[in-house]
Design a binder for this molecule. Structure first.
Ligand SMILES: [Zn+2]
Length: 268
């Protein structure tokens, strides 16, 4: 939860903002404390109306580089430039804080980075924070998840993970994680494994029923041939509103998701 708040303390982290720049430096510095190797992948993308061009930054931390058998853990770190789902239309052009939608998945992975450094699992792990997930236009899939698309183009083959687990919007204090539909369709075995593990741990916020189909960062990874699951609680009243703030999130929710992912990684 401290990692979630630390990101929100930079303010909105939409591409081009001061918070985006400061948070990027923070995430690199944090990963350097635990990862064997940290790098940033830059890419150029365009977004918004009128279109503007911007540099995006995926932040990559690699653990146990000598191990060929690897898994990928990921989350988007950027926040949406527009609160276009806010009940107040006057807020639609203002950037969201993204406590849940942005900071939550990154927060869990920052903590997992520490665990992995302290007690290395048998597999190699790559943690990737994707930029430019959330500056898309509704009904236009290819305007979303641009960081993961850039990552998949450049690194899918060389990183060659056994699978990828994506965390998005997992901090909601009222946590209900249904199985995301594309994940079920294209990575059913891993979905079952994660939800079975949650049941075994008594974490019943993981509900073994099909939920929404979400065009998220796992789609470019799936298209690159990586078995990928999106762990996402898409029933969030404050999604893309100015009210997506840390008080809507809870440490307990972050912990539950972290425990499930950790259990799966350490049994490899
Ligand atoms: Zn979003």
């Amino acid at each position: 939860m401290a990692y979630l708040k630390a990101q929100c303390d930079f303010g909105p982290r939409n591409p081009g903002s001061a918070g985006h720049c400061q948070c990027r430096e923070y995430l690199v510095a944090q990963l350097k404390k635990s990862a064997e190797f940290v790098t940033t992948q830059q890419f150029v993308f365009s977004f918004g109306s009128p279109r503007q061009s911007m540099t995006g930054y995926n932040i990559i931390g690699r653990f146990r580089l000598a191990v060929r058998d690897r898994v990928l853990l990921c989350a988007h770190w950027d926040t949406r430039p527009w609160a276009d789902e806010d009940p107040d239309a006057a807020h639609h052009q203002m950037p969201v804080l993204g406590a849940n939608d942005g900071a939550s998945g990154v927060a869990v992975l920052l903590h997992m980075a520490e665990l992995i450094a302290t007690t290395p699992p048998a597999v190699g792990v790559d943690i990737v924070f994707f930029d430019a997930e959330d500056a898309g236009t509704h009904q236009e899939n290819r305007t979303w998840a641009l960081g993961s698309a850039a990552f998949a183009r450049e690194y899918a083959y060389s990183f060659n993970p056994r699978y990828a687990i994506l965390l998005d919007m997992i901090g909601d204090a009222q946590l209900n994680i249904y199985q995301e539909a594309y994940s079920v369709e294209y990575a059913r075995a891993l979905v079952n494994r994660l939800w079975d593990k949650a049941a075994e741990l008594g974490i019943d916020e993981f509900i073994p029923e099909m939920g929404y189909a979400v065009y998220d960062d796992h789609i470019p990874l799936l298209q690159a041939g990586i078995q990928s699951v999106d762990i996402i609680d898409f029933d969030y009243k404050y999604w893309h509103t100015l009210a997506d703030t840390p008080d809507k999130c809870s440490a307990a929710s972050l912990e539950k998701v972290g425990r499930v992912v950790t259990a799966v990684i350490y049994e490899e």
